[in-house]
Design a protein around this ligand. Structure first.
Ligand code: ATP
Ligand code: MG
Length: 714
């Protein structure tokens, strides 16, 4: 993250209750000791939950979560930090021998869109009262900051009060209770607020979705492909890598597949790689535990395992060592051996557990397991470190490997690319659901005819086929009351036709994806979003991305872009494989930046000369440029360079600020011309229309580029 950006952040405010009165009665030295202890504990809680301590105002501490890198669980971490601060205060009270309840804290957490502006050197004091916070590196500005401060002021002592977007985000992991609505100073409408009761013992997305659930919609082609591959696994090991950005349905696909092959009598062993917890081999431990079943905890586990390994030709010492290594990993015991030795021990144990030869008379094998080889499912490989990747490479290339199927899921990531390059790996790049499938999904979740057809169509369009988007949108509507359970069963919708803004829960998850990219690919995603879902690569240098080719190759290889392909104004055009990624990349650009880039793009098209329909593209981008300019007038007004719109014109200072009055009317005239001929686009009005990436599973074929979403390495 280099320049200013629009981002979804969670902001925490914590303030001591009644401290002023307490301070009046105490010696100044005691007051300083209390303050120091409180600040230290609050700081520790915020940092432990991956937040930044923004500033201290009097007795208040302000934290931010999600800058400079967003993560899926920023809101949850902010709330956990708040709960920890409240609990820590009890400890401070005790350690300073104050009367119980003498020190309490009120916490407010709010999530929303803000502008983050990097600061150089001097932090430039901002003020909470005007909605600014100052980090060590960023100024954070936005109404979401003010609301967090107000929530804090209204929280009951010792508790955490959260705003609507935070509530939506933390519902799967926290028990929350509606605390009604609050009229907050400076807010026109009352804000619904929630009181956090406690973290859920077991986080449950299903619980948060309640009745808004659907059987699997579509995916028959992809499931057919996996099932076909599985039918070959008895004679040749099969490995699949399923790649897609968040929420597209990787987990749903492999769960459905697991259910289907489970019905046919195969054993499905699953593991999920988690971010930053435990050892790098946690997923292997989960897999082995899953493979061993009840044997893992049996009193004679070691003996049984050694016997099983011996039946597969391992000599005594080697069998004992492998059994040791597997059981030590599963039981979290310390292991001292060369990684290569450990890796082969673990693979040997997994393969002997899954071998059909081993099944007769083996009580641990499970019913029906003698007919098919096992399936290993490894989810969320994007969190994997080098250790796990090295083990996986060993597993996939192990010379004695038995028949089995391995299915790995990943968001686009370096780890994913490393596995895609391993021998024998087929890659399935999962695309979004089609429009009619999204409408079916809505019907399954709500019942048919609950939403006006224009609303369903609008959701299909805005979601880019991402089921997570659909679920989060409906969930947010249940929070605002636009969607309500019908007393007689089913749902009642009282909203307008348009689906509205991107749910912040989806936006922050996608932000994390964009943040994780190196600088130039990230810049390509931002600048490429200006033309629309499809963009001409040759325009990129004019949109602030010089030398974009390596980045384009990387983004294509990762499955984020499709191309190069011929398109309206350029033979080397690229299309965002997932519309949501383009939406989020565009939404993250500050409006001033969008305006500047739209005008630059219009000029780039103009400089091309005789391209068909260039006029309408120019007109609509000029219009977008004017429309995106901030309304407040707070930005410096600069001289408009009238000559800048000539062919081949370079950037002018006029692009950066508010234009001269003449420009608006010129832009609007051009736009009006364009509108009479143009057609709607995803997102940006008048953008270069998108070439929708093809759907449907292509047959397995060698890697070779194009738009295939199935690839195999040999
Ligand atoms: N084909 C489908 N039909 C119905 N619901 C679906 C379908 N695909 C996904 N969903 C639902 O959409 C949500 C997101 O899907 P899922 O968790 O599978 O995404 P993912 O690609 O695994 O995301 P992540 O990268 O975050 O793990 C889930 O609640 C899931 O049940
Ligand atoms: Mg998943």
């Amino acid at each position: 993250m280099t320049g200013a950006a629009r981002r979804v952040l969670s902001i925490l405010f914590a303030d001591l209750v009644g401290f002023t009165e307490l301070a009046e009665r105490l010696d100044p030295e005691d007051v300083a000791a209390i303050q120091q202890e409180y600040f230290a504990r609050a700081h520790e809680a915020i940092v432990r939950h991956r937040g930044n301590v923004e500033k201290y105002i009097g007795d208040a501490v302000v934290g931010s979560f999600g800058v400079p890198y967003a993560a899926d669980d920023d809101a949850e971490q902010a709330v956990r930090a708040g709960l920890d601060i409240a609990a820590a205060l009890e400890g401070v009270t005790e350690s300073l021998q104050l009367p119980p309840g003498a020190l309490q804290v009120r916490v407010g957490v709010n999530t929303g869109e803000v502008i983050t502006t990097p600061l150089s050197g001097d932090a430039g004091e901002g003020s909470m009262a005007t909605g600014d916070a100052v980090t060590t590196g960023y100024r954070i500005t936005g109404d979401a900051v003010n609301v967090a401060a107000r929530l804090q002021a209204r929280a009951r002592p010792g508790t955490v009060l959260v705003g609507p977007e935070t509530a939506l985000a933390v519902e799967p992991s926290m028990v929350i209770e509606s605390a009604g609505t609050l009229s907050l100073k400076g807010k026109r409408a009352p804000v619904p607020v929630w009181h956090v009761v406690e973290p859920r013992a077991v986080p449950s997305r299903e619980w948060a979705l309640r009745a808004l659930q659907s059987p699997t919609v579509g995916r028959e082609e992809e499931l057919g492909l996996l099932e076909q591959s599985w039918s070959l696994a008895a004679t040749q090991p099969q490995t699949w890598l399923v790649t897609a950005p968040p929420g597209v349905g990787k987990t749903r696909l492999v769960t459905e597949f697991g259910t289907r092959v489970g019905w046919s009598g195969s054993r499905v062993w699953t593991a999920t790689v988690t971010a930053g917890h435990g050892s790098g081999y946690d997923a292997v431990a989960q897999l082995i535990r899953s493979a061993l079943g009840s044997l893992a905890d049996a009193a004679n586990a070691h003996g049984q395992l050694v016997a099983r390994l011996a039946r597969h030709g391992y000599d005594g010492p080697r069998a004992r060592l492998s059994a040791d290594h597997a059981l030590a990993l599963v039981n979290g015991r310390h292991l001292e051996a060369e990684p290569a030795v450990l890796h082969s021990s673990w693979v040997a144990v997994l393969d002997t557990c899954g071998d059909v030869l081993d099944v007769p008379g083996d009580a641990d094998a499970g019913p029906g397991s003698d007919t098919q080889p096992p399936v290993w499912v490894i989810e969320d490989l994007h969190h994997a470190g080098d250790d796990l990747l090295a083990w996986l490479r060993e597993a996939l290339t192990w010379p004695h490997r038995r028949d089995r199927m391995v299915v790995v899921t990943t968001r686009p990531s370096l780890a994913g690319r490393a596995v895609a390059a391993m021998p024998g790996v087929c890659e399935l790049q999962l695309t979004g659901l089609g429009d009619t499938e999204v409408v079916s999904l809505l019907d399954e979740m709500l019942g048919s005819a609950v939403l006006p057809s224009a609303t369903s169509a609008g959701i299909a369009e805005a979601s880019g086929g991402n089921p997570l988007f659909v679920e989060e949108l409906l969930r947010s509507w249940t929070h605002t009351g636009v969607l309500q359970p019908h007393p007689g069963g089913g749902w009642r919708f009282t909203g307008t036709d348009a689906p509205g803004a991107l749910p912040t829960t989806v936006q922050s998850v996608y932000l994390g994806q964009v943040d994780g990219l190196p600088d130039t690919p990230r810049q390509v995603l931002h600048s490429g979003s200006i033309p629309g879902r499809t963009f001409p690569a040759r325009a990129l240098p004019d949109l602030d991305v010089p030398g974009p080719d390596p980045a384009l190759r990387m983004l294509t290889d990762w499955g984020l872009l499709v191309g190069p392909h011929a398109h309206r104004v350029d033979d080397t055009s690229y299309t965002y494989r997932h519309g949501l990624l383009r939406e989020v990349a565009y939404a993250t650009l500050p409006r001033l930046e969008r305006a500047r880039l739209h005008l630059r793009f219009a000029r780039w098209v103009e400089a091309l000369g005789s391209v068909h329909a260039a006029d309408e593209v120019i007109g609509t981008h000029l219009e977008s440029g004017v429309r995106q300019r901030p309304r407040s007038g707070a930005h410096p007004r600069r001289r408009h360079d009238q000559g800048s719109r000539g062919r081949g014109g370079r950037e002018s200072s006029g692009e950066r600020g508010r234009g001269a009055p003449g420009e608006c009317s010129a832009a609007c005239r051009a736009a009006a011309r364009a509108r009479s001929r143009t057609h709607p686009d995803h997102g940006t009005p008048g953008a270069v229309p998108p070439a929708r990436p093809g759907r449907g599973a292509a047959p397995v074929r060698p890697v070779g580029g194009g738009d295939d979403h199935v690839r195999r390495r040999r």
